[in-house]
Write a protein that binds this ligand. Structure first.
Ligand code: HMG
Length: 343
């Protein structure tokens, strides 16, 4: 069978075809690879900067073209993210690959500025991501302040980043369920999303941080959020699924069906969130790429190469690879090799 090696990369319509026979070009779904940040931040093992750099570079070589590579947060709060300055200063800059980092406050942004001032060559950071939550309880656990306080803290960070030519992406956590205060009011998600857009974010990622959502609740949440004047922008926005209940791929496909054109995922299903007890890893990038195959959508990334990256990083972390697609592909490779050996 050849479908394992089908590469879900951009496919152009050959110009020699007549209009009558031309295949419609596929619509692009952007994939933000968050494994090196949201993934590694919640793994028990703290890996050295050299391994993180290798991960980011291997992902780029495997075709990931938007990579969240680290975060400039307090190492006391998230020790796994210590060393992001070094990681970003040594990551290979490949044309066409966007490197993003998470920033919680002005101190974090100053870290990015100082990296850019001292770095020789192209700027290592193309975009920053700021984050807040849909509930005060989660915002306090994650950033030691309420949602309103976090938005007030993030507004000047966004302005300063935009002034220096850095694009800004926003995250809203716990858009379905909060691990501390239960079911979330989707109107609150809508209002916070709107504030992030008004602040200057070009895209807002809606995180089902606990991973309790299913296609029905995700659909209801998206419908509420899309009932604003910002429907177009949200359609260009994205949604971020943790896979605690195994609904990650189904939820992602539901979001795509509803017009969302960016998805966040982690190679090998790395990660979770340190302030979200019980949350498992993110939906695996390999699983999303597989689900998008044979649809009218296409996304960057070489599935076979990403499977290799996923097994490599899982080995470094001494953890299991949580991508079901990756495990199935590896099992198939083993079978094919043993058949060949017998010939
Ligand atoms: C926001 C703070 C800093 C507030 O934490 P705080 O304790 O209120 O901050 P503070 O201003 O009082 O500072 C405390 C100490 O941290 C230092 N500090 C302060 N800022 C920085 C910084 N940027 N970089 C490095 N150090 C910093 C600061 O210098 C000081 O050091 P000390 O004087 O004690 O030695 C803290 O709560 C924090 O770092 N939180 C980050 C939590 C985090 O990274 N969570 C995971 C990311 S969010 C997520 O994963 C969800 C998402 C986005 O993926 C979507 C989803 O799935 O839901």
């Amino acid at each position: 069978m050849t479908y394992w090696s089908t590469r879900p990369v951009l496919r152009a319509v050959p110009s020699t075809r007549s209009l009558a026979t031309a295949v419609s070009p596929k619509e692009i779904v952007r994939i933000v690879e968050v494994g090196p940040r949201d993934g590694l931040q919640n793994e028990k093992a703290v890996i050295p900067p050299a391994t993180k750099i290798e991960l980011v570079n291997r992902l780029a070589r495997a075709g990931s073209n938007i990579i969240e590579a680290g975060s400039f947060v307090s190492p006391k709060w998230v020790p796994q993210m210590a060393g992001t300055f070094e990681v970003m200063s040594k990551v290979e800059k490949t044309p066409g690959v966007i490197h993003q980092v998470l920033v919680p406050n002005m101190k974090g942004l100053e870290g990015v500025f100082s990296l850019h001032e001292t770095h020789k060559g192209p700027r290592p950071v193309d975009e920053i991501a700021i984050f807040t939550a849909a509930t005060d309880a989660f915002a306090k656990a994650n950033t030691n302040c309420t949602v309103t306080e976090s938005l007030a803290r993030l507004a000047p960070v966004t302005r300063a980043a935009l002034d220096r030519g850095l694009k800004v992406r926003g995250y809203v956590s716990v858009v379905i369920t909060c691990p501390y205060s239960g079911k979330v009011d989707y109107k609150r998600v809508r209002d916070i999303t709107r504030e992030l857009f008004e602040m200057g974010c070009y895209e807002v990622s809606l995180g089902d941080t606990v991973g309790t959502g299913n296609p029905t609740s995700v659909g209801e949440m998206l419908e509420t959020v899309m009932k604003t004047s910002l429907v177009d922008k949200l359609a260009a926005g994205d949604i971020f699924f943790h896979d605690t209940f195994g609904m990650g791929v189904a939820n992602a496909m539901k979001a795509v069906e509803m017009g969302v054109r960016t998805l966040d995922s982690s190679v090998a299903g790395l990660g979770g969130c340190p302030y979200s007890p019980g949350a498992t890893g993110n939906v695996a990038t390999e699983d999303i790429l597989y689900a998008l195959q044979d649809t009218r959508f296409t996304a960057a990334g070489d599935l076979d190469a990403l499977v290799d990256v996923g097994f490599w990083i899982s080995e470094q972390l001494r953890r299991n690879n949580e991508s079901r697609v990756a495990k199935a592909i590896r099992a198939r490779r083993v079978r094919e090799q043993s058949v060949k050996a017998k010939l």
